[in-house]
Design a protein around this ligand. Structure first.
Ligand SMILES: Cc1cc2nc3c(=O)[nH]c(=O)nc-3n(C[C@H](O)[C@H](O)[C@H](O)COP(=O)(O)OP(=O)(O)OC[C@H]3O[C@@H](n4cnc5c(N)ncnc54)[C@H](O)[C@@H]3O)c2cc1C
Length: 382
């Protein structure tokens, strides 16, 4: 029997644990630094059909239908003149069982956690040291306990400490020169949009997204604003929780975003966006990195969670086939999604009126162009 230690009980760690436990030759444990998995309410998540297909392999289609929503279109609007630019039909990539889905983040995490036996997750376990002795890996925790395993899966998120412990070279994510403002909003406070779609508002150095997170009245609001921050500001995490910072950011986005939305937002949070600059592949053949620790994408293709699930699934298949490295296609795919996420960011944030006019015209044409849709979206969603 092979002992597998998974570090971090986020989306990627919980998903791969669900896959690996189907094989009785593995003894798996998740080591999570906190005293529970993060079931904080309020965050929405978009899952494109590529990850829904993989989640359905472990029964995701059976979650309460009231707890999720399947939007058919993304409607693009201009924040400047409030006009609709075009509709993009994302349902063309769906099939009968697998559909683009929006939901609360905690609904997904709760589903992944509840499918695992309680004793599979060991809480309050923060890794502080990793030693390789021959083929065995020894993991030492902050509470002075230690374990040995045959395989180590690192899934402790974007600021992965465990990744730093196994390499001489520190790989740090980079500030994406943007911050997020997120909150919840009641459907009744969202006027002039189609409540069945994801609504994407394009502004100057800013874009915002609104989408339903269940069949009830709750919607998730996210605004991404270009903002320069110095290293002291980035190091001071309390800054983003401060009332002054949140108020000044809301004031900044209210220059473009509908005041009715801003006034009715609840559970507002601000945080800086970081993304990866390189893909990390460990040298040790028994150690693997997945999720945001493998690569954290800019949020402008909404692929963070979907890619965490895809990469975890690929690692599961690799382990079953005794393959010890992600293949070149995975590396190329990661780079391609990163490039497209950055390109979306550029296109969504244009300021010049003539260039935005051309962009809007092009978008109207491209959303109807099957070849473009297949190349740009299909290559990610299929
Ligand atoms: C608050 C938040 C909101 C998000 N919203 C969206 C969204 O709307 N759409 C979208 O597509 N993506 C979103 N993302 C991104 C997406 O959720 C991530 O891409 C995805 O969660 C990555 O999963 P992960 O398992 O790699 O990391 P995480 O979900 O960050 O989980 C990492 C886990 O590891 C644990 N951990 C950390 N360090 C250690 C350690 N040293 N020892 C043991 N355990 C450790 C953490 O406590 C955590 O439980 C969001 C991310 C966050 C954090």
């Amino acid at each position: 029997m092979k002992k597998i230690a998974i570090i971090g009980g986020g989306i990627s760690g919980l998903y791969i644990a669900n896959l690996l436990r189907q094989n009785s030759n593995y003894k798996i444990t998740i080591y999570e630094k906190n005293n529970s998995v993060n079931l904080e309410k309020g965050y929405g998540i978009q899952l494109s059909v590529n990850s829904i297909k993989l989640l359905n392999k472990i029964g995701f289609q059976n979650i309460n239908p009231k707890e999720k929503f399947c939007p058919n279109k993304v409607s693009f609007y201009s924040l400047k003149n409030k006009d609709k630019i075009c509709d993009l039909n994302i349902s063309v990539f769906n099939d009968n069982n697998d559909k683009y889905t929006t939901l609360q983040r905690f609904t997904l995490i709760d589903f992944l956690k509840n499918k695992l036996p309680n004793n599979l997750i060991d809480y309050n376990k923060k890794v502080i040291e990793i030693k390789n002795v021959s083929k065995i890996i020894q993991i030492i925790f902050e509470d002075n306990s230690s374990i040995e395993c045959d395989y180590l899966i690192i899934s402790d998120g974007i600021f992965s400490k465990t990744r730093s412990l196994i390499t001489d070279k520190e790989i740090k994510p980079k500030y994406f020169n943007s911050i997020v403002v997120r909150g919840n909003i009641d459907k009744n406070n969202l006027q002039n949009i189609d409540h069945n779609n994801i609504s994407l508002f394009l502004g100057s150095n800013l874009h915002s997204v609104v989408y339903p997170v269940n069949q009830d009245v709750q919607f998730n609001f996210v605004a991404i604003l270009r903002k320069k921050l110095n290293s002291e500001e980035l190091a001071d995490y309390s800054l983003f929780d401060s009332k002054e910072f949140i108020s000044s950011t809301l004031l900044e986005i209210s220059k473009q975003v509908d005041s009715n939305i801003i006034e009715n937002l609840i559970d507002i949070k601000c945080f800086p966006i970081f993304s990866s600059t390189e893909i990390f592949q460990p040298k040790n053949k028994n150690t693997f990195v997945i999720g945001d620790a493998f690569f954290a994408f800019p949020p402008t293709f909404a692929q963070g969670a979907s890619q965490s699930i895809e990469v975890a699934h690929e690692l599961y298949r690799n382990l079953e086939n005794q393959n010890d490295q992600f293949n070149i296609e995975r590396i190329e795919r990661t780079k391609m999604i990163d490039r497209k996420s950055k390109f979306n960011y550029f296109v969504f944030h244009l300021s010049n009126p003539i260039i935005t006019w051309v962009r809007n015209l092009l978008m109207k044409k491209l959303v109807k162009n099957k070849y473009f849709l297949k190349k740009y979206l299909g290559s990610i969603y299929k």
